[in-house]
Design a protein around this ligand. Structure first.
Ligand code: NAI
Length: 479
């Protein structure tokens, strides 16, 4: 069988590289973990008489990455046996060893020129036929392969893990036009079977699927919450489990991701999508002003122990999370948000019934329902507008958000449960255009994005034809 994967190398032993190496080792494969050799000695190394030529120094960054993975929470390694499978090294002394591996995973800093320089070196040492992937979050995959050999290009693709790689189900796979389909097939099968990943095939477009929808959607959520006078705590109370999303909701998630990381991606994305009718939201006034001020203050989220939230101790010595007041930049103890309309639906388990009830019972005047309606309308409208640009089929967008962001339902699954025609009317009333393919589908009498037969999902709408296409396997059972 071609493209068997027995030995793996990961280059870049930072947050992602070390954790990806651990996850591959969890599957029982030996992993060479490489980082750059350092250019200066630490005081400790000097004290111990080491020099820049000492192997312990030269492998220091990869070893530190490995040790971080060993002590990470949640644990990156499944157990000590997996830890033994990691060999730390460096990209000067150990590059020739790459000739012996079947899959090279690049996870170095997110900048074009270091990645291009690394790929040039890898092209010279790798074994023809070995797979090579990049973990880039948003650099164009085809651009990263520019100038490389034909064999490199045939075996090169994006394989974008989500953090933490052991626990996030999603792996976005992004081939270029030059990638051999057999390589896509082999890596997808390996990732699903050996790494327990949910694989989503993405088009090579800015930020691929998950981060495109995430960044635009969350910029909109921040802008809408601020413009509507919702507090940070209120917005989080309305955008977490109520919407079928994790408790990190909106602002807690931004703290986790990093205010600087989010601002950087939003800025980059804006430049890369001049054709996108929604891109102005990435420059929305309140969102931009708030993020600029947080960047200026260095309040970057969890890594700086303050962002939208700040851990503190109250008068009784209890740990509390104070919340940012974006108007004054003071941290305050939040009053637990209370919304009558939310309390009335909170016990409805089914997400479709819960949100439909909130939107109808809450009418147009309830503050909670207003924010929820506004965010849902925007997110659904945006997903339908960009779907054909970023994805090969509609289901992959839903899979991506469920597996990569732990949503209970992706946008089209949720839209089906809220009623496609209902939400078309709500989206238009909110001032957004509905993608023409959705209207064509409704005009043809197709009322749902997914076809259900005897309680099973058996088909999904094809946006080119407005008709159902059978789902592969056709056997997945959904609620
Ligand atoms: P990081 O900054 O934590 O680690 C990068 C590592 O690469 C560092 O250890 C650095 O010393 C090393 N490095 C830099 N240049 C190198 C070179 N030429 N050769 C070998 N090693 C080199 O970065 P992080 O967060 O792990 O990101 C790595 C990649 O994964 C980036 O492309 C990023 O966009 C992507 N990514 C990051 C996610 C995250 O949550 N941090 C999530 C998904 C993707």
């Amino acid at each position: 069988m071609p493209h068997q994967i027995h030995r793996v190398a990961v280059i870049g032993a930072g947050t992602m590289g070390a954790a990806i190496a651990a996850h591959v080792a969890n599957a029982g494969l030996p992993v060479l973990l490489l980082d750059v050799p350092p250019s200066t000695l630490t005081p400790n190394e000097e004290k111990n008489g080491l020099s820049l030529a000492s192997p312990a120094v030269r492998n220091r960054l990869a070893r530190l990455g490995f040790e971080r993975a060993q002590s990470s929470h949640p644990p990156a390694f499944a157990g000590p046996a997996a830890e033994q499978l990691i060999t730390p090294g460096n990209t000067e002394d150990d590059l020739p060893q790459l000739a012996g591996v079947d899959w090279i995973i690049e996870a170095i800093v997110e900048q074009l020129s270091p990645k291009l320089a690394l790929f040039e070196r890898l092209d010279a040492v790798r074994r023809p036929g070995s797979l090579i992937t990049t973990n880039t979050s948003g650099l164009p995959i085809a651009q990263l392969a520019a100038g490389r050999s034909a064999d490199f290009k045939r075996h090169f693709l994006g394989a974008h893990f989500f953090n933490p790689p052991r626990f996030m189900k999603l792996l976005e796979i992004i081939p270029t036009p030059a990638t051999d389909p057999a390589v896509v097939q082999a890596l997808s099968a390996f990732a699903a079977e050996r790494l327990d990943k949910g694989v989503v095939l993405c088009k090579d477009t800015p930020n691929f699927i998950g981060n495109r929808l995430f960044v635009v959607g969350y910029a909109h959520a921040v802008q809408t919450a601020l413009a509507g006078g919702y507090t940070v705590a209120e917005a989080d109370a309305l955008t977490g489990p109520l919407l079928g999303r994790p408790k990190t909701a909106t602002f807690r998630l931004l703290d986790l991701v990093g205010i600087d990381v989010f601002a950087f991606i939003a800025q980059n994305l804006f430049e890369l999508i001049p054709h996108d009718p929604y891109r102005e939201i990435l420059r929305a006034p309140q969102f931009t002003a708030l993020f600029s001020e947080l960047l200026r203050r260095g309040w970057l989220g969890n890594k700086r122990k303050q962002g939208f939230y700040k851990p503190d101790v109250d008068a009784a010595g209890q740990r509390v999370f104070k919340v940012l007041n974006p108007a004054t930049f003071e941290y305050q103890l939040p009053l637990p948000p209370h919304f009558e309309a939310v309390a009335a639906v909170a016990n409805i388990d089914d997400i479709g019934a819960r949100l439909s009830s909130l939107l109808s019972e809450g009418g147009v005047t309830d503050r909670a329902a207003q924010l929820v309606r506004s965010l849902l309308c925007f997110d659904l409208a945006y997903a339908a507008t960009v779907a054909p640009e970023i994805a090969y089929n509609l289901k992959s967008i839903d899979d991506d958000l469920r597996w990569g962001f732990n949503y209970e339902a992706g946008p089209f699954e949720l839209w089906d449960r809220l009623g496609v025609a209902n939400m078309v009317a709500a989206i238009e009333a909110a001032g957004h255009a509905v993608a023409p393919w959705v209207k064509t589908m409704l005009a043809a009498g197709v009322t749902h994005f997914y076809r259900r037969e005897a309680g099973r999902v058996t088909g999904v709408v094809n946006w080119d034809t407005g008709r159902y296409a059978d789902l592969p396997g056709n056997s997945e059972k959904r609620g």
